[in-house]
Design a protein around this ligand. Structure first.
Ligand SMILES: [Zn+2]
Length: 479
C-alpha cells in the first residue's frame, strides 16, 4: 500500500533562567528534593504568580533564531487537569495567543515549518516506586514545578524518523549555540513528543501521539516502530485508534497510555492572576543584536574566509565554544588548517576522554598560538608539542616556560648534533658498513636512531643534512 508518513513534533525546552517562571525560587537541576519551592510554585491558596521577564526574553531570542514572528501582545492561560506533580491542578500555559508564531528550521534540503512557540511552566517530577511494605508509593519532587518551559510545535512537515532525528539535532544545536538552554536530555532540559499518522492519497489516518521520549535515539526507534505498527493496521483494512502512547524501553514497543483528549477537555481560560504580556519593539531589536552568528552561516564563512573544507568547517562548528576558540587562536597565529588539525586531533581527543568542553579547561587560545609559533620557528618539534599538549591543557601553563623548564627545546647546535651522530654510527657499525657498500636505504634507520637518542629534540632537517655530509665524508675516505 502506498502510504505517506506524516510527523509533527512538540519539543519542550527548559529555559536557562536564574529563577522559576512565576516565583523567585532557583531554577537549578540536582538539588535535594523539595528544597527549591515556595507558596507560589507549590500552589498554596492565595499565592500569586509574577512573570519572569528573563524567560520571556529567552523565548524571544529562540524565536528570532528560528525565524518566527514575535507577537507584541500575548497572554497566559490556564490548562486545567489533575495530576499529582502539578499542585495547583492547572498549568499556566499559553493557548490562543502564543508569544511567537510561524518560523522554520532547515534540515538538509528541506525547510521544516513551525506552528508556534509558547511559554509555560514545567510540572514537578513523580518517581513511582514498586511495592514497599505491600503498598505502592509515588514520590513527588516539586523543585521542577514552575521552571520556565518553552514549547516549540512544528507543522506536520516531517516524513520519516530520520528527518525527525535531524530536526532535533539541528534544533538542539541552535538553542545551545544561542545559550537559551543547556538542552541536556539526560536532565530533562529537552523533551520531545511526536504526532504521527499515515496517509493514503489525501486520506489521513488518525493521529497517534507518542509522549516522553527522552533521547534522540528513542525518538527514532519509537517513530520507526509506530510507522510499522500503523502500516500493518491500515494494510489489514482496519482503523488506527486516536490515542496517546509511550515508549517501552525494555520491550522496544509503543504502548497505550490513554485515549486522546481534545483541547476542550482542558477547559482553557485566560489566567486571571497575570496581566497580558506586552512586548516592546526595542526589546526585540536589542535581542536581535545579541544573537551570535548562527552555525550554518558560520560554517559557510569558515569555508570561504579560511579556505577550510566543508568537513572541517562543520566539525569545528559542532560547538560554539570550539568555533570561538578557533577564531581566537587565528588572531595570534594565522594558519587555519594547522589550528583546525590540532583542535580536531589531539585536543579533541583529550577533551572527549575527559568529557570536557574547551572552555571548561585552563587552556587559552593565546597559549595555544604560542605553542604553534614555537613549532613554526622550529624551537620545538611537532612530536614534542604532541607530548606536552595534555599537560598544557590541564595546567594552563605558558608553553615557552614549560619547554624551558623541561629542557624540551629543539637541538639546533651543530656540535651537539654531530656528537649524537658519531655516537649512533659507532653503535651501528654494521649498518654503517651496509650504507658505505651502497645500501642507501638504511639512511632513514640511522636518522630514526638519532632522533630516538635525542628524545625527539633534534632538528630533523639538520640531522638529515649533517648525517648525509658525514656519510659522504666517510665514503670518500674509504675509497
Ligand atoms: Zn517558588
Amino acid at each position: 500500500m502506498n502510504l505517506r508518513t506524516i510527523i509533527g513534533l512538540e519539543i519542550h525546552v527548559e529555559l536557562a533562567t536564574k529563577t522559576k517562571l512565576f516565583c523567585g525560587c532557583l531554577n537549578i537541576f540536582g538539588s535535594p528534593p523539595n528544597t527549591n519551592v515556595c507558596p507560589v510554585c507549590l500552589g498554596l491558596p492565595g499565592a500569586l504568580p509574577a512573570a519572569n521577564k528573563q524567560a520571556v526574553l529567552l523565548l524571544i531570542k529562540s524565536a528570532l533564531a528560528l525565524n518566527s514572528e514575535i507577537s507584541l501582545f500575548s497572554k497566559f492561560d490556564r490548562k486545567n487537569y489533575f495530576y499529582p506533580d502539578m499542585p495547583k491542578n492547572y498549568q499556566i500555559s499559553q493557548y490562543d495567543l502564543p508569544l511567537a508564531k510561524g518560523g522554520y528550521l532547515a534540515i538538509k534540503d528541506k525547510k521544516v515549518n513551525l506552528k508556534r512557540i509558547h511559554l509555560e511552566e514545567d510540572t514537578g517530577k513523580s518517581t513511582h516506586l514498586g511495592m514497599i511494605d505491600k503498598s505502592l508509593y509515588t514520590l513527588e519532587d516539586y523543585n521542577r514545578a514552575g521552571v520556565p518551559l518553552m514549547e516549540i510545535v512544528t507543522e506536520p512537515d516531517l516524513n520519516s524518523e530520520e528527518e525527525a532525528y535531524d530536526f532535533l539535532v539541528n534544533l538542539r544545536k541552535i538553542l545551545e549555540w544561542i545559550g537559551v538552554s543547556d538542552c541536556k536530555m539526560e536532565e530533562g532540559s529537552l523533551r520531545c513528543d511526536a504526532n504521527i499518522s499515515l496517509s493514503k492519497d489525501l486520506n489521513l489516518s488518525n493521529k497517534v501521539e507518542i509522549k516522553n521520549m527522552n533521547s534522540f535515539k528513542i525518538v527514532e526507534q519509537a517513530l520507526n516502530y509506530e510507522i510499522k505498527r500503523q502500516r500493518e493496521i491500515l494494510e489489514k483494512g482496519e482503523k488506527v485508534k486516536q490515542e496517546t502512547r509511550g515508549w517501552d524501553e525494555k520491550k522496544e514497543i509503543t504502548i497505550v497510555l490513554r485515549s486522546k483528549e481534545e483541547a476542550h477537555d482542558y477547559r482553557y481560560f485566560t489566567e486571571p492572576d497575570l496581566p497580558p504580556i506586552k512586548i516592546l519593539e526595542e526589546w526585540i531589536d536589542e535581542i536581535k543584536y545579541k544573537i551570535p552568528e548562527l552555525p550554518q552561516k558560520r560554517i559557510q564563512r569558515f569555508i570561504e574566509k579560511y579556505n577550510l573544507n566543508e568537513y572541517d568547517a562543520k566539525v569545528l562548528n559542532n560547538s560554539k565554544v570550539m568555533s570561538d576558540f578557533f577564531e581566537d587562536t587565528l588572531n595570534h597565529y594565522f594558519n587555519p588548517k594547522e589550528i583546525c588539525n590540532w583542535l580536531m586531533g589531539d585536543i579533541a581527543k583529550y577533551l572527549n576522554s575527559k568529557n570536557l568542553a574547551i572552555n571548561q579547561t585552563k587552556f587559552t587560545a593565546f597559549n595555544f598560538s604560542k605553542l604553534l609559533n614555537l613549532i613554526n620557528k622550529e624551537l620545538i618539534s611537532g612530536k614534542i608539542a604532541k607530548n606536552i599538549i595534555e599537560e598544557l591543557i590541564e595546567s594552563g601553563n605558558d608553553p615557552e616556560i614549560l619547554i624551558n623548564e623541561k629542557g624540551l627545546g629543539q637541538i639546533t647546535d651543530y656540535n651537539e648534533l654531530l656528537r649524537a651522530i658519531f655516537q649512533i654510527l659507532e653503535e651501528n657499525m654494521q649498518i654503517l658498513e651496509e650504507y658505505l657498500n651502497g645500501k642507501e636505504k638504511v639512511f632513514s634507520f640511522l636518522v630514526g636512531k638519532i632522533m630516538q637518542k635525542t628524545k625527539g629534540r633534534a632538528n630533523p632537517k639538520l640531522v638529515n643534512q649533517l648525517l648525509k655530509e658525514e656519510l659522504e665524508k666517510r665514503k670518500k675516505n674509504e675509497n
